[in-house]
Design a protein around this ligand. Structure first.
Ligand SMILES: *Cc1c(COP(=O)(O)O)cnc(C)c1O
Length: 398
């Protein structure tokens, strides 16, 4: 064990973990984390190779299984989240797919909130039924609906809070209680909150999934994902699934994300400070029918968000009075803010969920999730909030 690893047993706080967690230096004693671009590893003897495969030797074998840079990212993120274990994946969707498929089998019952990211909805609605998994969607904000759906034995619960793009907030502690009574493992997609603003594991969740593509990279460079949970889940249930199906994170992307984690907390602070200003500004505008942002007193679950989150995030949803025409007018009118379907980037990005991220859903499903043709999703970036408000104000007027 090197000196860095032994120091880590001191249980640093999340901010220290973000900068130093997982750091494992080579003999060159480099300051920054090393990037190991290698697919395989060499053995000094045939016996060493045999022992590496039969598990008598704990060492790197193949980067689909384990890679030193990817392992640093996993340990750092686990340290920030306060999770016993973490496994990285090539994208957020690979994380969601693996977290569900590794534990579900034909005949199982899954209950999910209906306000989900488009591809998460597709996995549960289209893919799982092909393999004999029965799914039920509920209004995530309705605890009676959860209780009803969870009145029979259930293998898994999947939910997203705040949800994409309508910013619905789900009572994590209450849903986890109901889920556990039904025997279910709770998987939370924590992308919008990030580990900085919400800790689902502390509220009772069993598994947390991330798209690291969003705030963890935070600068629009690469895809990545992560699944966090107990040692037992990550090693015995998720581990074999990842090892044999291969959604491995590239070491290069892991390195980018590892460095992203160092500044995540700082960036989230600025994202949140900007977003509340922009949300209040939008709420004051006559062209806007409704602003959905958990930090606004007008948000239907504002009190719940205050209870389970330590900040409100950087995504603001705007319902315009003039429907799709007004939505497109705003998007085409802004000059500083870019039209893009990504989020959590340093650059402010605006998108129209009806025609992009949620295009493939039926109109009925979209409306059931609260997505209308006049809804625009704004990912507030790190620019000066005054420039953002001026840009939006000019676009709304024209
Ligand atoms: C973006 C996103 C995903 C998917 O992540 P990718 O890295 O794009 O695969 C999953 N869930 C939510 C809530 C997201 O915003």
């Amino acid at each position: 064990m090197n000196s860095t690893e032994s120091k880590q047993s001191r249980q640093w706080r999340p901010r220290t973990m973000a900068v130093r967690g997982g750091l494992s230096r080579t003999n060159f004693r480099e300051t920054s984390e090393a990037l190991f671009m290698t697919s395989g590893y060499v053995y000094d003897s045939a016996l060493e190779a045999e022992n590496s495969f039969d598990g008598t030797l704990d060492r790197m074998v193949y980067s689909r299984f384990k890679n030193p840079t990817v392992a640093m990212f996993e340990q750092r993120l686990a340290g920030i989240e306060g999770a016993p274990a973490c496994r990285a994946t090539a994208s957020g969707m690979a994380a969601v797919h693996a977290a569900l498929l590794c534990q579900l089998r034909a005949g199982d019952h899954i209950v999910a909130s209906k306000a989900l990211f488009g591809s998460c909805h597709w996995i549960i609605n289209e893919l799982l039924p092909r393999y004999g998994v029965e799914r039920v969607f509920v209004d995530g904000t309705d605890l009676d609906a959860w209780a009803q759906a969870l009145s029979k034995p259930t293998a898994c619960v999947f939910l997203e809070t705040p949800s994409n793009p309508t910013l619905e907030i789900i009572d994590l502690a209450a849903v986890c209680d109901l889920a556990h009574q039904a025997g279910a493992k709770v998987v939370v997609d924590n992308v919008f909150a990030t580990p900085i603003l919400q800790s689902p594991l502390k509220l009772g969740a069993d598994i947390v999934v991330y798209s690291a593509t969003k705030h963890m990279d935070g600068q629009g460079r690469c895809l990545g994902g992560a699944v966090l949970g107990s040692q037992e889940f990550c090693a015995d249930i998720l581990g074999p699934f990842l090892r044999n199906t291969g959604p491995a994170l590239s070491p290069f992307n892991a390195w980018v994300l590892l460095k992203g984690l160092e500044t995540l907390d700082l960036r989230i602070d600025r994202h949140c400070a900007n977003a509340i200003k922009v949300a209040r500004f939008l709420e004051s505008r006559p062209e806007v029918a409704r602003v959905l942002y958990p930090g606004l007193e007008s948000h239907p679950q504002h009190a719940l968000a205050a209870r389970q989150m330590s900040g409100w995030g950087n995504v603001v949803a705007i319902e315009l009075k003039g429907g799709k025409k007004a939505a497109y007018g705003l998007m085409d009118g802004v000059e500083l803010i870019d039209i893009s379907n990504n989020l959590g980037d340093a650059k402010s990005l605006i998108t129209h969920p009806w025609t992009t991220t949620h295009q493939r859903l039926t109109p009925e499903d979209k409306l059931a999730m609260g997505i209308t043709e006049g809804l625009v999703r704004l990912s507030v970036g790190l620019e000066d909030a005054d420039d953002l408000m001026e840009d939006i104000g000019r676009a709304l007027e024209s």
